[in-house]
Every structure is written in C-alpha cells, then in structure tokens.
Design a protein around this ligand. Structure first.
Ligand code: FES
Ligand SMILES: [Fe+2]
Length: 450
C-alpha cells in the first residue's frame, strides 16, 4: 500500500467551515501541495474515463490514454476483450507504446526490444536465454494490468485503486442520465474522428466546474452567440430547466425553455428515430429528452459532457461532446474532446452535426476560446499574494452563493438525484467541491474519530 498524504486537520476544518457558508478559498485552486493531494487521493483512487468501445472496433486496436499521472495502454485483444495495462515496459519501465492509436498484434519496446502480445504477455526477449540464462520466467514479466477496468453504455473507465467501489456503485444515480445520453438508440453511440487534444492554462477544478455546473456563465462569456442571433437575448435563457445533483459529485443540467416546452422535439434528431428513443427509454426519460434544449453535466472528477441543439432554423442538429480534463500540473490541463453521435443516425445528419461541433467546441470552436481565456485568468489570480494571504481584511474566497439555502428541490422532477428548478444555481458546483474536500481529506481522522 502506497503511503498517501492527507490534508492537515486545521486546514480541513477551515475549508469545511468556509464551504458550508458557500465559499471556497481561491488559493486552493492552484496550490502545489493541494495538487499533490488531489493526485494521490482523487486521481489515483477514483474511476476515470479511458475511452469509448467504438474507438477499439477491431481485435488489436489500441489507444494510449492516462489515469492521472499513469500512462495507460487500452487494447482489444485477439479474443475481442478490452484490456488496460500500464503503458510501461516491465524491463526498465520506459513507456512501451508511444503512438496515440493503431492496430497491433504485438508491442515491441523501443529500448531493448522486449515484445508483448495484445493480452499483455511477454512473448519475446532479445537474445533471451543467452543473456538471462534459463531461469527468467517470461510469465512473471508481462505488462502490469490497471487494477480496475469496467464499462458502462460503451464508456470504458479505469481505476488505479484495487479497493475502490465498483463502477456501478461509483456512477450511482448518474446512470439514469447516462442512459438517456448514451442508450437512447439501438446500437448506442459511436465516436467519430479522433479525440482532439490540446493543453490549456487552467486548473482542472475550474474547467470541470465551468463546463458541468455553470450555465450562469453562458450569457456573458459566450455573449457573441447572442449578438449573432444564435442564442436568445433573454439573460435567463440558460437558466430554465433543472439542475440535478447526483451521488459522488456527478450531476447534470437539463436546460429547457421559458415555457418548458420543446424548442424542437428530441433536440432535432431525425423524426424516424423517435420511436426508437421511445422504445429504449422510460416514459420519464422520454419526456425529458423530447423537451430538452441542452444537457450539460459531468461525471466526477474530470469527465464533462454537453449535448446541445446546434445550427440555425431549418438546419438544426444535435451531438454529444464528452471531454476529459487531465491535470498536468496545478496550472495546466490537457483537454481531450470527443464527438459522439447515434450509430444509426443518417450519414448526412452525422456529417452536418460534426461540422457544427467543430465550429463550436475544440481548439477552433468559438465557444471553446471564450472559456479558455477565463480559465487562464483564474490561474493567474489564484497564485497571487492577495489570494494566498491568510491574514484577511478582505475576501480571498470564490462565491458559491447562487441559490445558497434559498432554492428548494423540486420533488416533482421524475429523475433520481436532487433536482432544483433552475440551472442558475451553485448546488452542483458546491457538491463537486464538497466531494473534492472529502477525497483530499480521506484517511484524516478528526477530533473524536481518532
Ligand atoms: S525497457 Fe523495455 S526492453 Fe528494456
Ligand atoms: Fe462556456
């Protein structure tokens, strides 16, 4: 068992108190010691997204991914099973596979040439018995498996902690919403194209919160969409609907319209597909799906999604964008961005939706650039002396008071979790940060617990 650090008790109590007041000290965003705690207690102990099964269609297909600081080789073996290994040669530990993706029956290490099959077995050693004698048993030197790998609705997740709860338990009531996003069509969803990937000056907590839990920023940060006539000018337009707080820091915003009626039914998915949605979803899920304008939310800690209606009248389409915020330091994230669409959608529809996705998200997308600017500015302020000064004559906290102790849950909402009747609300962001505090203070026994 690795020795894990935990949060200092005094600091834990201070943070807990502030957070119960709807406040988060801003210096924790980019603090290097907090970052180490996050790596050890969040990224090395929770389930995180690795890839979608349609990225590995054929036996031998592989992609290289990450779980926090650990490189992962995700591969479909010759029997069609998906396996995940530490992407590291068992000889001297260098990274084994340096490509992003491909198809291989065997992986040969670039250092001394040891070779592994796509089931992780060591099958070839250069000069073999002549240098290692007969006593080295190759079966002792296969690739090291990732302790836990499982999938839900085609989404493959991995976890570095063999004692962690099951993926099923971890996702909990969020599965009901993932079923809507991923399980509405026969054959499910598919990933089209490669995930786009880039590095941004940002902290993973800010990006995750911004994307999954903050529809309030849309009308200001993305003001150009209002000016271009793509979004309504009503300042509350992204606030209609429900914000749902699920277990474990997961959650979703179901953004509708002022009247609650559909802007277009089923987010403009082709009408011939509607009976299929009705067949695969429950009546409650169908009701939500048929009226929603945008789904946006996240699976804690670092997977977010958005499913919007995109385009102009007469040319509207829907797509699903999943994105992973991989921390590569307290002030940097590597963003991974996937385009998902129903496998059974017409080809022309898929093409138009993909074009719409590229124009809005990803490094060339207009919406993406708006957000990226803001994340970088949060980083710059958080590390400065005024935010780090503990001798307070002013607030060095971020404000999570929107709806704080004021907006009551809506018990008539048909889905699981705690649903609130607006998305201009900090309930989900707070629940994510509460989970964050719980995780980074794991193993810390406070007061009478000792
Ligand atoms: S490190 Fe891979 S063969 Fe030596
Ligand atoms: Fe945004």
């Amino acid at each position: 068992m690795l020795l894990k650090r935990s949060l200092d008790e005094k600091l834990f109590l201070q943070l807990k108190e502030k957070m119960s007041q709807g406040l988060l000290p801003q210096w924790v965003i980019t603090d290097p010691d907090i970052y180490q705690l996050e790596m050890e207690n969040i990224f090395e102990r929770t389930w995180q997204f690795l890839g979608h099964e349609t990225e590995l269609k054929h036996n031998g297909d592989y992609v290289t991914r990450w779980l926090g600081r650990d490189p992962v080789l995700l591969v479909r073996n010759n029997n069609g099973e998906i396996k995940a290994f530490l992407n590291s040669c068992s000889h001297r530990g260098t990274q084994l596979c340096t490509a992003d993706r491909g198809n291989k029956k065997a992986f040969t290490c670039p250092y001394h040439g040891w070779t592994y099959n796509n089931d992780g077995d060591l099958i070839g050693v250069v000069a073999d018995n002549r240098v290692f004698g007969g006593e080295m048993d190759k079966s002792d030197w296969g690739l090291r498996p990732i302790p836990k790998v499982d999938s839900y609705q085609g989404m493959i997740f991995g976890c570095l902690d063999e004692n962690a709860e099951s993926l099923d338990d971890y996702l909990g009531d969020m599965k009901w919403y993932l079923d809507m996003l991923l399980g509405r069509s026969d054959g499910g969803m598919e990933v089209i194209g490669l995930p786009q990937r880039w590095v941004a000056k940002a902290n993973w907590k800010s990006t995750t919160e911004n994307f999954a839990a903050d529809p309030y920023h849309v009308q200001t940060t993305h003001r150009s969409t209002v000016e271009l006539g793509i979004s309504p000018s009503d300042p509350f337009y992204a606030g209609y609907g429900h914000q749902v707080v699920c277990d474990n820091g997961h959650g979703i915003n179901v953004i509708t319209s002022k009247t609650g009626k559909a802007r277009v039914k089923y987010q403009s998915m082709p009408e011939e597909m509607w009976p299929m949605f009705e067949k695969n979803l429950t009546p409650e899920q169908n009701d939500i799906m048929s009226k929603v304008t945008v789904f946006v939310g996240g699976v804690y800690p670092n997977l977010s999604f958005v499913s919007p209606i995109h385009g102009t009248e007469g040319h509207l389409h829907n797509y699903l964008n999943f994105r992973l915020w991989r921390p590569v330091g307290p002030e940097k994230v590597e963003v991974w961005c996937w385009f998902f669409i129903d496998k059974l959608a017409p080809e022309e529809y898929k093409k138009a939706a993909y074009k719409g996705y590229l124009g809005s998200f990803g490094p060339s997308g207009t919406l993406e650039q708006d957000d990226t600017e803001t994340w970088a500015r949060i980083v710059e302020v958080s590390g400065g002396s005024m935010m780090r000064n503990k001798e307070l004559s002013y607030n060095n906290v971020s404000n999570y008071l929107m709806g704080h102790n004021r907006v009551e849950p809506d018990s008539s909402f048909p889905g699981p979790g705690t649903a609130y009747p607006t998305t201009y609300l900090d309930a989900l962001a707070k629940s994510m940060h509460e989970k964050w505090l719980e995780y980074i203070s794991r193993d810390l026994l406070v007061g009478e617990e000792r």
